[in-house]
Design a protein around this ligand. Structure first.
Ligand SMILES: Nc1ncnc2c1ncn2[C@@H]1O[C@H](COP(=O)(O)OP(=O)(O)O)[C@@H](O)[C@H]1O
Ligand SMILES: [Mg+2]
Length: 315
């Protein structure tokens, strides 16, 4: 083979290799862009794939504080996956999720610390059936409270140890500890009882979830998420598993939270609710947000063909 042919063949091979490079391989991740400081949640080029199935296809979106975003769309369009990516319960295949300016896809960011401020409520309540209602609500606050206490104590031990080798002028102060195990549990219990009273279920504190109705269980699941004092609530079809007569009480509680200013993203089939409560409605299909806007526009004057088709079936 002549030299020129050899070089041409090598170049072709190089080109082929480039063409076959996986688009979403670790090396070829989309570069991260500066996030908008005004956004509470921002996703950049969010992509989720299961094998060949593209569930979320390069979504970039921002949610600001106080917004109530309703996500609607046909079954299988990626609504749950989108929601689960927002608090990185699902790892995005590509793209980034920012929460209060922190990149949740960055391994250096403490994801558990960030996730504490994002309450999540599922279709299936997900209460712990082996614990009474009060324990269910107290579990997470007590867990993180004790975790933080242990962390501070460990840090203080380290400071004390290092101080042994420091001159008097260079000794570092210990971090103040203003709480105790007992105090953490008492605070969590007081807060849990306050939340139960709020939803009129204080008398159910010591019963097990299996003895309650679906509507009661879901309202408890909601206040359990509230017990962590979240900045945003993510609801994934919170009323889909309920008997029709219980849907109202759960929606009423969610509406109350919305009226109080809670930022929320809610995947729902309750179009009337979306219309009434949402400040923005997103219509998803084929892994993309096909259309979005204020409820009056999305429901009253839909532009997208798929959306019109969807609404004609559900309204
Ligand atoms: N863990 C998974 N593994 C494989 N495919 C999945 C997984 N989770 C979801 N999917 C698929 O992703 C698509 C979108 O699912 P989902 O986000 O649950 O849709 P929606 O909530 O809109 O009904 C569906 O086709 C579903 O089968
Ligand atoms: Mg779903």
């Amino acid at each position: 083979m002549k030299d020129a042919e050899k070089i041409a063949a090598a170049n072709r091979r190089k080109q082929d290799k480039k063409a076959y490079q996986p688009k979403f391989g670790k090396e070829s991740k989309t570069p991260v862009e500066p996030c908008d400081p005004a956004a509470l949640i921002e996703v950049q080029h969010l992509t989720k794939r299961y094998g060949d199935l593209v569930v979320l296809d390069d979504i970039s979106e921002k949610i600001v504080q106080g917004e109530k975003v309703a996500v609607i769309g046909p079954s299988g369009s990626g609504k749950s996956t989108f929601l689960r990516c927002l608090n990185v319960l699902e790892d995005p295949t590509d793209g980034y999720v920012f929460f209060e300016g922190n990149n949740l896809c960055d391994l250096k960011v403490d994801i558990n610390l960030q996730r504490r401020r994002m309450g999540m409520v599922f279709q299936q309540f997900n209460l712990f059936n082996n614990m009474n209602v009060l324990k269910n609500i107290m579990l997470a606050p007590v867990h993180v409270g004790l975790q933080d206490l242990r962390k501070t104590k460990r840090q203080n031990l380290r400071i004390k140890f290092c101080n042994l080798f420091r001159s008097a002028a260079k000794k570092q102060p210990l971090q103040p500890i203003q709480t105790s195990k007992k105090q953490i549990k008492e605070d969590a219990e007081r807060n849990a009882m306050r939340l139960l009273t709020r939803i009129g279920l204080a008398d159910k504190a010591s019963v097990y979830p299996s003895t309650l109705s679906g509507g009661q269980r879901q309202r408890i699941a909601i206040v359990r998420a509230l017990a962590m004092n979240p900045k945003v609530m993510l609801f994934d079809e919170p009323t889909s598993a309920l008997d029709p007569e219980m849907v109202g009480e759960v929606l009423a509680l969610i509406k109350e939270l919305a009226d109080e200013g809670m930022t929320m993203v809610i995947v729902t089939h309750e179009m009337g609710f979306a219309r009434e409560v949402a400040t923005r409605v997103m219509f998803m299909a084929d892994g993309k947000i096909q259309e979005q806007g204020p409820p009056e526009a999305v429901f009253g004057n839909p532009q997208n063909e798929r959306l019109r088709d969807f609404l004609s079936k559900v309204l």
